[in-house]
Design a protein around this ligand. Sequence first.
Ligand SMILES: Nc1ncnc2c1ncn2[C@@H]1O[C@H](COP(=O)(O)OP(=O)(O)O)[C@@H](O)[C@H]1O
Ligand code: SF4
Ligand SMILES: [Mg+2]
Length: 450
Amino acid sequence: MTKKEKKELRDKKREARKIQKQLHAEMQAAVDVVVERTCKEEGTENLSGYAAVASANSPELEKKIKKWLKKTGAKPVRIIRGPKTKDSNAPEEDVLLELRNLQKYFVVGKNLFGKPTAYLKAVDNVSFSLKKGKTLGIVGESGCGKTTMGRTILRLHEPTGGEVWFNGEEVSKIPETEFDKLRPNMQMIFQDPYASLSPRLTVGTIIGEAALEHGLVTKENYREYVLDVMKMCGLQPHYFDRYPHEFSGGQRQRICIARALALKPQLVVCDEPVSALDVSIQAQIINMLRDLQKDLGLTYVFISHDLSVVKHISDEVGVMYLGSMVEFGTKERIFNNTLHPYTQALFSAVPVPDPHMKMNRVILKGDIPSPVNPPKGCKFHTRCDKCMEICKKVTPKYREVEPDHYCACHLYDTPEELQEFAAAQAAEAMLNAKKDKKEKKAKKAKKSKK
Ligand SMILES: Nc1ncnc2c1ncn2[C@@H]1O[C@H](COP(=O)(O)OP(=O)(O)O)[C@@H](O)[C@H]1O
Ligand code: SF4
Ligand SMILES: [Mg+2]
């Protein structure tokens, strides 16, 4: 090493100590994150091991650390999250997943300069919280944003706005590399089990590949581990070396479930997992999912348009319409005291097994409006038979109408809110009348001048 290089190394060491000191001062006793820096890339191996320790409970601080390191010319090779101190904003400890005003807008129109001019609001300010070990059923007509919401939770779509809290941590804005570490904990099962399986891989590889990649199993234990997961999902051991095309729809869905469970997830988003299957197979898969939940303590977001399936499997139910959550609550509350006119219409369409029972079907008028240009006020007002004047103008608040039961509908507005609207309407009418009078007068004056 030349004299110059030695000097450079000394300077770098000094700088590293300075950073460490600064970081310590910032975080005091709460040591949460270790930023390991090495200068290997620069060919100065002696510097490896110099670690700057900092609290990175907030992404802002993490950014700051990176900025400091950049300033000194060295890049952090690894950021390790240490024990977390609880964020004051974080949900209760028994909550696994919480959405706060989650939005996913797709750009559907651009001007000549490539600037977005039109958005499709597929998920529009959706909020809910889901406790560990519970199942949330999401229902709503096709195109209302169920799949997009599921995919946005897992960051298969980047959210446009809002927050996703997972296990007490806000995960919608953390760097992609950090989120990748969380991915095994959040899995998704898709509607079409065939499309989501690679035809060229054997069942064993499909199920175990990701678990091996994430270091959840060693190469030596691989086969045994995969066979265990397969057994759990009702798959015979000799399927291990077979290919997806050799199986029926139900068995393929079992393979998809096994692939998700091999990663030991906490949350599984099931997107219409049985819609493509025969009714008899549907029951088998649903019951298997329930048993697995009991055994492994899984938490499900279960998307379906089949209300009887949702009723069977869910603890909580959320009803979506044109990208918004219009009703949310415990299964009992939603089914025994349905609040929203849209949910009432959905439920009235469920066939009952008794042929003598009279059904009060609510037929929804018209088609679902376009999410690119949704109706003003309440998005459901164009199809609602209880629509009032306020519904056409003011977006209803999403409120807790009874304990654990939320709804966004003006039918549950307080008398004060309705009075306020009536007063605003009267004031607007008065203003319009004045304007009309003025215009008429001006016209008259113009005529008489002529
Ligand atoms: N990648 C995309 N780009 C543009 N629009 C999309 C995209 N994915 C979904 N959409 C639109 O978002 C809306 C919600 O779709 P989706 O989440 O699939 O509904 P659901 O699962 O409830 O049937 C639909 O209008 C759909 O056309
Ligand atoms: S707010 Fe009005 S239009 Fe919307 S669901 Fe309620 S009653 Fe119907
Ligand atoms: Mg869908």
